[in-house]
Structure formats: structure tokens, C-alpha cells
Design a protein. Structure first.
Length: 238
């Protein structure tokens, strides 16, 4: 059984068709990367999977359950964006624990889980700081921590590293790979960065104008691109 299955997903904004028939199955624990030109619908697709955006038609299943009309909070999905969207007036610990606080978990449980998550992300020494006192990479770790603590079935990442400088991007990429191994979670990751796509992905999904151009393992797409469009995305030097 797939962890996530998308059936015939369509999305229109007004009269504009942005997603034009997406079918995809993602296995439990799989790392899937979406690539494609700006405006081809990658973020819209993630927002529909998370429930932040309604589908115009089609069906979304998570762990065998139809969640097409289910509220975001009940989908067991966490999303990490490129802008960190942390609460500026809260400490790191409060930011990470916020979801559990909303869920009215006991204070000592929240404290213990925040400490566990912070240890995994190596930010245990930053728990009493506010976001303003953190570097970009540290902020992104807090944003990832906030996602992990809810133990979602599926993580969605929308270009999470694109605001970071090159060296930090490499470091965070390795950490995301490590996190994926450690949690064994299903991850869907949007990126512009070919190296990220090639090194992180079990499978790469190449989007173009709201449909899927090709799906395959990184080396498969690299060696056998279906057309020039895919070749331009996967084969061209970074
Ligand atoms: P990508 O993430 O691949 O760059 P997006 O999913 O952000 O692409 O956008 C796909 C298309 O949908 C773009 O043409 C964008 O302008 C349009 N779009 C996205 N969100 C909205 C919205 N809320 N209202 C109208 N058009 C939108
Ligand atoms: Mg986008």
C-alpha cells in the first residue's frame, strides 16, 4: 500500500489550469523530489497534499484513507517552507513545542520531546534564544524541529534551503538525508538545486506546466531522459 496516492489531481485558479492531471504513488519511507520550472505547480501540489489548498478535482489518499476533504491538522503531514515562519516573540523551545501546546499535551511531555528533537538537530544549546538571535541555518533547523515533533507520516519540504548560502546548503542537505534515514519518514521535497535532487531522491518527478513529464530514479533520468525538457533539467551541468 502506498503512503500517499494522488489520483487525477486537477487545480484551477479561476480559469487558469495550474495542475492538469497528476497521478502519483509514494511508498512509505520514500524520498521523492519534485523539480520543474518556476510556476509549473510544484508548490500548489504540496499545498494540496497538505490540505492548505483544495483540489479542484481528483483524490488524495494517505495510508489508504481518502483525505481529499480532510482538514490539514488531521492529515498527519508537516510542511517546511523556505521562509522559516517562526514566531519572533517565542523562544526556540516554544517555537518547536507550539504544535504540542495547541494539542494540549502536558507541559513535561512537551519539554521532553522538545529536548529530544533539539538533540537530533543539534540545537540543544539554543532552546532559550529567540529566532532573531539565530543564523539562517539555525532557524531552518528550528523549522524542521517544529515539523518533526508532531511525528507526521509525511514531510513536505518546499525549497527549504534556497535562502541559505552554498556551504550551509551542503551541510543542511546532508542533515536532511541523515534525518530521513533516522526517522524512516516519507518525504516530498521541492528543489531547484540539481545536486540536492540527485543526491537526496529515491525518485525524481519532473513537472512541466502542471503535468508530470517523467518519473524515475536519479540515474535513470540522467541516462535516459524522455525528452529534451527532462534532459535540460537533469542532465545540464549545475
Ligand atoms: P511553482 O511552485 O512550481 O513555482 P506554483 O505552484 O507556485 O509554482 O504556481 C503555479 C501557478 O499557479 C503559477 O502560475 C502561479 O502564478 C499560480 N498560482 C499559485 N497560487 C495561486 C493563487 N492563490 N491564485 C492564483 N494563481 C495562483
Ligand atoms: Mg514554488
Amino acid at each position: 500500500m502506498s503512503q500517499l496516492s494522488l489520483r487525477s489531481i486537477h487545480k484551477a485558479f479561476g480559469t487558469i489550469d495550474v495542475i492538469r492531471g497528476i497521478d502519483l504513488d509514494v511508498a512509505e519511507g520514500e524520498f521523492v523530489v519534485f523539480v520543474g520550472p518556476s510556476g509549473c505547480g510544484k508548490s500548489t501540489m504540496l499545498r494540496m497534499i497538505s490540505g492548505l489548498e483544495d483540489v479542484t478535482s481528483g483524490e488524495i489518499n494517505i495510508a489508504g484513507k481518502d483525505v481529499t476533504r480532510v482538514a490539514p491538522a488531521e492529515r498527519e503531514i508537516a510542511m517546511v517552507f523556505q521562509s522559516y515562519a517562526l514566531f519572533p516573540h517565542m523562544t526556540v523551545a516554544e517555537n518547536i513545542g507550539f504544535g504540542l501546546k495547541l494539542a494540549r499535551r502536558p507541559r513535561d511531555e512537551i519539554k521532553r520531546k522538545v529536548e529530544e528533537v533539539a538533540a537530533v538537530l543539534q540545537i540543544g544549546q539554543l532552546l532559550e534564544r529567540t529566532p532573531r538571535e539565530l543564523s539562517g541555518g539555525q532557524r531552518q533547523r528550528v523549522a524542521i524541529g517544529r515539523a518533526i515533533i508532531r511525528q507526521p507520516r509525511i514531510f513536505l519540504f518546499d525549497e527549504p534551503l534556497s535562502n541559505l548560502d552554498a556551504a550551509l546548503r551542503v551541510q543542511m542537505r546532508l542533515e536532511i538525508a541523515r534525518l530521513h534515514q533516522r526517522l524512516g519518514a516519507t518525504m516530498i521535497y521541492v528543489t531547484h538545486d540539481q545536486t540536492e535532487a540527485m543526491t537526496l531522491a529515491d525518485r525524481i518527478i519532473v513537472f512541466n506546466k502542471g503535468h508530470i513529464e517523467q518519473v524515475g530514479a536519479p540515474m535513470e533520468l540522467y541516462e535516459w531522459p524522455a525528452n529534451m525538457f527532462v534532459a535540460g533539467f537533469i542532465g545540464a551541468p549545475a
